[in-house]
Write a protein that binds this ligand. Structure first.
Ligand SMILES: [Zn+2]
Length: 318
């Protein structure tokens, strides 16, 4: 983790941009352009540069911007534009130091090239060539003028209050979590019958349960998290139990149907047909893989739901 801070500090030092360690983002005004720079994906030394810009009041011309990438494939990987927002993806390198050097060179030459083409920085919301600042709004990085930031944060506050005031239908949410648990549990069971446990399926189960809850309850809450985790624990227990029951039902000398086995497993453990230790061990193994994955998925669904309404300014702490 520390490596990423060093990486960003190095690029900041070479470009004069400021570094926000909480958002792993570089930002600032360079030669007339407001740049927001962060990772293409977390864990990667490949960076993307986001600039909101216009040319004499007109939208960016993507074909023209592509020529920058074509002419300098050593530094630029690709360019994309959505409305006024242009994203340059930079080339990376095999070590973080080389990647930082390469990114520094690309970032330092970009404003000059863009200004030669006639572009200038604008606010990403209103498109006016006003002074802008970098903000994190609902988890996304944007550059906005002060007026647009005010308007956006008022809108989001209002939206957050509306969301808070919305009733939460807990019984419906429980039904949703139940349906999600059946779906996720069935997938885990199928893979378990093939003799495998999978961390990814645990995440999938958590996702199914928490999505089921929030869709049917109408919102996500701490109650939703609790309900979801309870369902994940029950599902994990049942998957293990059904796995054993199916094995018992297949053992001819025991002469039991599947549903008999589901009921009589505790008895079979008491009389020693099933070793309790082995039963708990397989439960522990499934729990280790699936339950942890599920809880991660549930927690991240909750925190990203919370993040939807937060606003903040990019800052290097100075
Ligand atoms: Zn604006």
């Amino acid at each position: 983790m520390a490596k990423f801070n060093e990486f960003f500090e190095k690029v900041a030092g070479g470009t004069g941009l400021r570094y926000d360690p909480n958002n792993k983002t570089l930002f600032g005004m360079r030669f007339g352009f407001y740049l927001v720079v962060n990772q293409v994906q977390s864990g990667s030394y490949q960076l993307k540069v986001m600039i909101s810009m216009a040319k004499n009041g007109l939208m960016p011309n993507l074909a023209e911007l592509r020529s920058i990438v074509k002419q300098d494939k050593a530094h630029f990987y690709s360019v994309n534009a959505t409305g006024l927002n242009v994203t340059f993806t930079l080339k990376s390198a095999n070590t973080w130091k080389k990647a930082a050097d390469k990114a520094t060179e690309a970032i330092n030459q970009l404003p000059q090239i863009l200004s030669n083409m006639g572009y200038g920085t604008v606010c990403s919301a209103c498109g006016q060539p006003k002074e802008v600042d970098g903000y994190v709004i609902g988890g996304a990085m944007v550059s906005l003028c002060p007026d647009c930031f005010m308007r956006k944060s008022t809108d989001l506050n209002y939206e957050a209050q509306r969301q808070d005031a919305k009733p939460e239908n807990i019984p419906a949410g429980i039904v949703g979590a139940f349906l999600g648990a059946i779906l996720g549990g069935a997938a885990i069971f199928a893979i378990l019958r093939l003799g495998r446990v999978s961390f990814i399926l645990g995440i999938l189960m958590g996702f199914c349960i928490v999505t089921g809850y929030s869709k049917l309850a109408g919102k996500m809450s701490k109650t939703g998290v609790t309900v979801s985790i309870i369902f994940a624990v029950i599902t994990t227990f049942l998957v293990n139990h059904f796995d054993w029951a199916l094995d018992v039902a297949k053992t001819e000398r025991l002469r039991m149907t599947f549903w008999d086995a589901v009921r009589y497993i505790p008895n079979l453990m008491r009389v020693g047909v099933i070793e309790q230790k082995t039963y708990l061990l397989t439960f522990g193994q499934i729990a280790l893989y699936n339950l942890i994955g599920a809880i991660i998925a549930i927690a991240s669904a909750y925190s990203s739901d919370k993040k939807k309404f937060t606003t903040g300014r990019l800052t290097d702490g100075r």
